[in-house]
Design a binder for this molecule. Structure first.
Ligand SMILES: NC(=O)C1=CN([C@@H]2O[C@H](COP(=O)(O)OP(=O)(O)OC[C@H]3O[C@@H](n4cnc5c(N)ncnc54)[C@H](OP(=O)(O)O)[C@@H]3O)[C@@H](O)[C@H]2O)C=CC1
Ligand SMILES: O=C(O)[C@@H]1CCC=N1
Length: 260
């Protein structure tokens, strides 16, 4: 199975590395190839020839920015005819992508945790048979967890879990920073913050606890946590997160309108 990753930038290079580590034959393209020569250490072939890469591949993954998709698809159109084409471009619909190629389209949204095989990938398609779905899910399995969803959810997924590592990182940065404020050394603050977020996420994934239950379990009456929660509520922390996800979702929706 040979996979071409077109657009080996932030997410494309992470995807190429993850697939190569899983044993797939991978070619990754971008114009400034010097920036990703490190991928060769993982057995990835690096190239600046999208057309040749797509021609030789069984499956093509598109990881260029949304505003570059049209140009790249014009270039590789004959080469991807009838092949599975997975697009990671935010906002671009199945219909938009289908109008540009005769490929079997999968619209997907992953996140940067591909780098540690803990990504969340949601995808939608109406072109693939059962075997092809299995194939695509095996590919996404190299990145972490994956689910198939209706296309109507893809913009919301983009706003929540595609962009999510950025929100989580802002929260982590704030936790680490506050650790410094209350006197912790940097390395201890970093470890305490990251492990706490990881542990809490695991609690949700491995038990049936609702986050509100976890919050209640931690909040000892008259104890320390309630003083922290009081400050968070006063700062409308949950409203801020909801506004962030809503704004990113809206942006995903307008991207395809902008790139008509
Ligand atoms: N970053 C993330 O966490 C996520 C991003 N995405 C999606 O992935 C896509 C890429 O995002 P991101 O990785 O952040 O962006 P980057 O800018 O880091 O990567 C895009 C890459 O595309 C390359 N590129 C541009 N034009 C061409 C071309 N004609 N042929 C081949 N390669 C080209 C660029 O390299 P060069 O200039 O050298 O050609 C660049 O490295 C977007 O559509 C985004 O919506 C999806 C999920 C998560
Ligand atoms: O910011 C972006 O547009 C991309 C899509 C999801 C994460 N990064």
């Amino acid at each position: 199975m040979r996979i071409a990753v077109i657009g080996a930038g932030t997410i494309g290079s992470a995807v190429a590395k993850a697939l190569a580590e899983e044993g797939y034959e991978v070619v990754a393209t971008r114009r400034k190839t010097s920036k990703v020569m490190w991928l060769e250490d993982y057995g990835v072939e690096v190239s600046n020839d999208n057309k040749a890469a797509a021609e030789k591949a069984d499956i093509v993954i598109l990881a260029v920015k949304p505003n570059k998709v049209k140009k790249v698809l014009e270039e590789v159109k004959p080469a991807v005819e009838g092949k599975i084409l997975i697009s990671f471009a935010a906002g671009l619909s199945l219909n938009f992508l289908k109008r540009l190629t005769g490929a079997k389209i999968v619209r997907a949204m992953s996140n940067i945790a591909v780098l540690v095989k803990e990504s969340f990938t949601a995808y939608t398609t109406d072109d693939l048979d059962k075997e092809e779905i299995e194939l695509v899910e095996r590919i996404f399995g190299a990145f972490g967890k994956c689910i198939r969803v209706e296309e109507e959810y893809m913009d919301a997924i983009t706003g929540l879990s595609g962009s999510g590592p950025a929100y989580a990182s802002v929260f982590l940065e704030a936790l680490i920073y506050s650790g410094l404020k209350v006197g912790l050394p940097r390395d201890i603050a970093r470890l305490a913050a990251a492990q706490t977020l990881l542990g809490t996420a695991k609690l949700l994934l491995e038990t049936d606890f609702h986050p509100a239950q976890v919050r209640e379990m931690v909040t000892t009456p008259g104890g320390t946590t309630i003083d922290g929660i009081f400050e968070l509520e006063d700062s409308r922390f949950r409203t801020a997160i909801m506004k962030a996800v809503e704004a990113a979702t809206k942006k995903s929706k307008i991207l395809s309108l902008e790139i008509k």
